[in-house]
Design a protein around this ligand. Structure first.
Ligand SMILES: Cc1ncc(C[n+]2csc(CCOP(=O)(O)OP(=O)(O)O)c2C)c(N)n1
Ligand SMILES: [Mg+2]
Length: 345
């Protein structure tokens, strides 16, 4: 049984849930929420398209879908200014990449293994990367990017820059040594970083409660004197409010924070996982809290959106997915000589 909304507990540290309204600088609340909705729909439609192309064997290798978790990447990244700030994440990275504004065409070409891919077709699903967008990947080794993200925060501090790092990872990474060593250093060195655990309840097929002596992950930073909070990762506005508070603290006071976003993936761990380790009822419970439908309902209620506008945004996102596929289909395969490029010898 998932934690569900009812299972979201109060903050363990100093960061309680905050009010959920926000505005883009110089923009209206309606425009801000519409953009959050658009980004979540784009992720959903892009990934549905990716799954379809995987089924047609156009995409090979690993492919981990983010469907269900869209509110976490979108709400969190919306709290950043990617001119100064950075994002690093694990292998379930399509959503974070799109939220950072990466080009869906370059991403689809990467999934196809084509030259025009963002990693020149050599990385695939787990290696979405765009240095111009300050999206520093995608990493296939559980927990391995957490020290890298901490190092980026050290660079910001060392060079006296103004940025903040968001480091996303799953519940499966939380017991890795790299996580604990990173948090300790981040606190000792007062680094501007927000660690975000996307607790989607499972590490591959293992329920996190079977492998963790602590199930309220918001406590995980406390042994390093890092404030932690836990919030509903299905509600994009709540995610945004919590991450904004933590990112502001990181920027102004150079204090690290830890956030647990309680969320759920609708699909299996990867394309080959039928997810028989969970019940239909559990999946249904989370689908009834769908992040896109939550925001849509909020906006319909406050008259910031009507059904026609929603359908138009959705159609635009589907079109972007289709265009990305066409672009990938038309992109050449990497030339054989490229095998020896981008390789450290
Ligand atoms: C160091 C390491 N150990 C094991 C694996 C195999 N592995 C791939 S994904 C995964 C589970 C990770 O779960 P979680 O962090 O919760 O991420 P989620 O898939 O739920 O997004 C494991 C054990 C790996 N990639 N790296
Ligand atoms: Mg997980």
């Amino acid at each position: 049984m998932g934690k569900g909304k009812a299972g979201v507990t109060s903050a363990a540290g100093t960061a309680p849930e905050k009010k959920t309204t926000s505005k883009t600088p110089g923009g209206s609340e309606k425009a801000f929420r519409t953009e959050l909705l658009r980004q979540m729909l784009l992720i959903r439609r892009f990934e549905e398209k990716s799954a379809q192309m995987y089924g047609l064997r156009k995409i090979g290798g690993f492919c981990h879908l983010y469907i269900g978790q869209e509110a976490v990447a979108v709400g969190a990244v919306a709290a950043l200014d990617l001119k100064d700030d950075y994002v690093l994440t694990a292998y379930r990275d399509h959503g974070h990449a799109l939220a950072c504004g990466m080009d869906p065409k370059a991403m689809m070409a990467e999934l196809y293994g084509r030259q025009a891919g963002c990693s020149r077709g050599k990385g695939g699903s787990m290696h979405m990367f765009d240095v111009d967008k300050h999206m520093l990947g995608g990493n296939g080794i559980v927990g391995a990017h957490i020290p890298v993200a901490t190092g980026v925060a050290l660079k910001i501090k060392y060079k006296k820059e103004n940025g903040v790092v968001l480091c996303f990872f799953g519940d499966g990474a939380i017991h890795q040594g790299s996580f604990h060593e990173s948090l300790n250093l981040a606190k000792i060195w007062n680094l501007p970083i927000v660690y975000i655990c996307e607790n989607n309840q499972y590490g591959m097929g293992t329920d996190f409660r079977r492998v963790s002596s602590v199930t309220d992950f918001s406590k995980m930073g406390l042994s390093y004197d890092i404030p932690g909070s836990q919030m509903d990762g299905m509600d994009v506005l709540k995610v945004h409010a919590a991450v904004k508070e933590a990112a502001d603290r990181a920027r102004k006071e150079h204090q690290p924070s830890f956030i647990e976003a309680v969320t759920y993936r609708y699909k299996g761990h990867s394309m080959s996982d039928p997810a028989t380790y969970r019940t239909k009822e559990e999946l249904g419970e989370y689908k009834s809290q769908d992040p896109i439908l939550i925001l849509k309902a909020q906006m319909l209620k406050s008259k910031q959106l009507n059904n026609e506008e929603f359908d138009k945004i959705d159609a635009g996102c589907k079109r972007i997915g289709n265009e990305a596929v066409q672009f990938a289909e038309d992109s050449p395969q990497p030339a054989i000589e490229m095998l020896y490029e981008d390789v450290v010898v």
